[in-house]
Design a protein around this ligand. Sequence first.
Ligand SMILES: Cc1ncc(COP(=O)(O)O)c(C=O)c1O
Length: 400
Amino acid sequence: MSVEKIRWLQFPAAAAVKEDIYEPFSYEQSADVRRLHESLADYAATPLVSLDGMAGAGGVKAVFVKDESPRFGLKAFKGLGGTYAMFRMICKELGLDPAATAFEDLLREPYAAKIHELVFITTTDGNHGKGVSWAAKLFGCKAHVFMPVGTVEVRAQAIRDAGNADVVITDMPYDACVNYTAALAEENGWLLIQDTSWDGYEDVPLWIMRGYTTLFYEAAAQLKKAGYSQPTHIFLQAGVGAMAGAVAACAMASFPEKKPVISIVEPKEVACFYESALCGDGKPHAATGSQETIMAGLNCASPCTIAWDIIKQCASYAFACNDAVTEHGMRILAGPATGEKPVVAGESGAVTAGLLDHLLKDEKYQDLKKEMGLDENAVVLLINTEGDTDPDNYKKVLGK
Ligand SMILES: Cc1ncc(COP(=O)(O)O)c(C=O)c1O
């Protein structure tokens, strides 16, 4: 018997759409985020890669992958959120106006000595912690990073190597680990820099999400340069959904006249957005699967509440995919059509490419493809959110 690889459903129509929640993600409102990122020595726009072979064979106009694997030398996009949120948190601690403060100001006295005393804390399944560790080194402070049960040591070591953090792999699943670090922050007066929100903890995750706007506005400019005014379809992988929520909000704010079709993509065994859409009551729900997946960055059982509020009103489709889908995506991106640039995509980065390839080509998805409007006018945007963050598994999947 063949194993069902992909489940999908349509998001229920939102009861009332609040356009103003996209506002903090607009091009104008996120200018300060770009100002910070562009002032960092390691900043460079990441590439937008055109997958002409996939587009041609799949009957769509274009497929683009925003390749975040080279971002800041961290192999993932997450440093965008960590740096911006840490900047805002430092400004708040020091009583500085972020609009009137530059990154270099913080490296000088009297601020540097005060920042040196600050301690940040977070839970991560890998890439966010790496971003926080790296940001702590940039700003000259320290971070404690906690990781859920099952984390491979190579990911913990990558966080230590990235900057200025100590790292502990706990015996707790992700959500329990988040609660634990929140309690430790409270007890010790440390600053919790968590990339998911809940009632009463929203400023920091919103800053983290706004940090991701840089990748969207780079991609929008790169698309324009390639001759496309906008994407018609965007596939976004979700863990807690902060990245997906941020990018979806950017797209809604940028293209109000012709809103792109947004699809949320998750691992089948930990699909909190899919399951919340299935419940259909407009509320976020925790995933009920086994939480076993190779997509470590997407292994988060509860939606970020800010992201949920955005996604529930602007996403059209939710997909839950098994690990074979992302393995397929990893192989496609590593060895695209002749003449195309290969993209190194890790487990959490490649699932949308694997899914899209199935939707475009497999006989059983042709009705869905048509319903989604994946036709000769479609311009599809994917985001490869990570490179080979687990190099051993990457080699295994590619058969090396
Ligand atoms: C590589 C990668 N892709 C996607 C995600 C999902 O981001 P979010 O948790 O904001 O949904 C993560 C989260 O850690 C990640 O590491």
